[in-house]
Design a protein around this ligand. Structure first.
Ligand SMILES: O=C(O)CCC(=O)C(=O)O
Ligand SMILES: [Fe+2]
Length: 349
């Protein structure tokens, strides 16, 4: 895909209890390296096969996951256990939803960030004079039975297929968090015990007009305010990540999902793992869809680094803080890099 436009993060979560406070907007793009021609390099995407995670080679796979989180901030996984039909069903129902007439989709529009379900439209950023092309349907989804009645009934398959996908993705999330905890030398359930809900964003990027291309973004550069994000892409390229100071395409690899380190895992790991800066591009030929599953803690969970990760050589980088404090802070300064964590740094760090 030709380098085109950035877009960005309207991807911030409406987290439970988060207040929509007045915020300071920080320009997401100006501090970043310009990306025009991203380095196209599939070979540098770490691909981790989860099949062996349940056998005698578990420690090898745990090590691979830890290395990928530490050196890349993302990885793709294969043999992740989500059936192929579940994946095609969630994309089919998502496509049908976004192809509905606008009035039908707009039933889910609300400016309230605390709503359990929320449509976010494409919009023009008047200040930067760019069009942000993504439309997304974001909703809470764990436990499914508490939220399913809020989800669309049009298309009729939506609830069934979304519930099926989200139940599978939650299972994968627990498996990954167990292995990631172990890679840090922690108990397998260390991160799982902190979990709260689960939030999903069904992302739809229409094909854009050639004449709009220079002005159009998909999702602008941002990190996710999560522990991890599990991203399912369809077969259309668009995701880019910042790797070793350069933007790199992470093109879809059939049968895999991409996992990102989020801000909160950066804090839990005492900055050993870095939150991934990423963005999505749009193109003129084909619509694109992605499904981002955001894993976040319960509001009273403590997020600072565990004692086991602190010693003389590795002093604490972050204080202990609750997820509630983090989400309140997040709404005060909307920022797209790890500066969201700055106010939780230890004064000596
Ligand atoms: O569409 C993509 O590839 C990225 C989406 C994303 O970053 C998000 O929803 O947080
Ligand atoms: Fe994201």
């Amino acid at each position: 895909m030709s380098a085109t436009m950035l877009q960005v993060a309207d991807g911030l979560l409406a987290l439970p209890g988060a207040k929509h406070l007045p915020h300071t907007y920080k320009d997401p793009i100006s501090n970043l390296p310009t990306h025009p021609e991203a380095q196209v390099s599939d070979s540098s995407i770490p691909i981790i096969d989860l099949e062996a995670l349940h056998g005698p080679r578990r420690s090898d796979i745990v090590k691979q996951l830890g290395q990928a989180c530490q050196h890349k901030g993302f990885f793709a996984v294969k043999n992740h256990g989500i059936p192929r039909t579940t994946v095609s069903n969630i994309f089919d129902t998502t496509r049908e939803f976004f192809h509905l007439p606008k009035e039908e989709r707009m039933k889910f529009y609300t400016p309230d960030p605390n709503s359990d379900i929320r449509l976010m439209n494409a919009y023009k950023d008047e200040v930067a004079n760019v069009f942000v092309a993504r439309e997304s349907l974001k909703f809470h989804c764990h436990p499914v039975e508490n939220y399913v009645n809020k989800w669309p009934t049009n298309p009729p398959s939506f609830r069934k297929y979304a519930a099926e996908y989200l139940t599978n993705v939650r299972r994968l999330e627990i498996t990954l968090l167990g292995a990631i905890s172990e890679s840090l030398g922690l108990e397998r359930d260390y991160i799982e015990k902190k979990l709260g809900g689960h939030y999903v964003s069904l992302n739809y990027y229409g094909a854009c007009e050639q004449s709009d291309l220079e002005l159009t973004y998909g999702v602008r550069a941002h990190t996710d305010p999560t522990i991890i994000t599990i991203l399912l892409q369809d077969d259309v390229p668009g995701l880019q990540v910042l790797s070793e100071g350069k933007w790199m395409d992470v093109n879809p690899i059939p049968g895999t999902v991409v996992v990102h380190v989020g801000d909160l895992l950066q804090a839990i790991s005492n900055h050993r793992f870095k939150s991934l800066l990423h963005q999505a591009m749009v193109n003129c030929e084909k619509e694109r869809m992605s499904i981002a599953s955001y894993c976040y803690p319960s509001s009273d969970a403590m997020i600072g680094p565990p004692k086991k990760l602190i010693d003389n050589d590795h002093p604490a980088v972050y204080k202990d803080f609750t997820f509630k404090e983090f989400s309140e802070q997040m709404w005060k300064v909307i920022s797209f890099t790890d500066t969201r964590l700055d106010s939780f740094k230890c004064s000596t760090a």
